[in-house]
Design a binder for this molecule. Structure first.
Ligand code: FES
Length: 147
């Protein structure tokens, strides 16, 4: 077993409760593994499935259902721009185009649907921090700081 396998086993063990169904531990395990390693790889899904007595397809189904889980490591910083209706009405579509050009491959620009800041949009999520009232210059500053 590698150090990584041991860390994954520790995360799984931390969420397993004998009286609770194994399936109920799956999402917390996936969140912690992604937080620790930046992704949930194929080998990891196999290890989780084995530990929880689930099929690999069941684990993969959950990972692929939620957009925030990644199956491959990505080294680029990520800025998630809200593309839901209120932010659309406040001009996020034009900001997305500008952001992709400004990012120039150094920052990944992704979209997300509602950060709960609808009245102060357009909004973005950078790491665990939300940013509101974005315009082109504020977004360019965020991209510059993230790159
Ligand atoms: S619509 Fe963008 S934060 Fe709600």
């Amino acid at each position: 077993m590698t150090d990584t396998d041991d860390r994954i086993a520790d995360i799984i063990a931390a969420h397993r409760q004998d009286e609770a169904p194994a399936r109920s531990a799956l999402l917390p395990i996936l969140h912690d593994i992604q937080a620790a390693f930046g992704h949930v790889g194929e080998d990891t899904m196999r290890q989780i499935a084995l530990a929880l007595n689930l099929t690999r397809a069941e684990v993969h189904g959950v990972v692929s259902f939620y957009h925030d889980f990644r199956t491959e490591f990505r080294s680029l910083p990520v800025i998630k721009l809200c593309r839901a209706e209120a932010c659309k009405a406040r001009g996020v579509e034009a900001l997305i185009e500008a952001a992709e050009q400004a990012a120039a491959g150094k920052v990944a620009i992704e979209t997300i649907y509602c950060l709960g800041l609808c009245s102060v949009g357009p909004s973005a999520l950078v790491r665990d921090e939300v940013h509101a009232r974005l315009d082109a210059s504020k977004l360019a500053a965020l991209i510059g700081a993230a790159a």
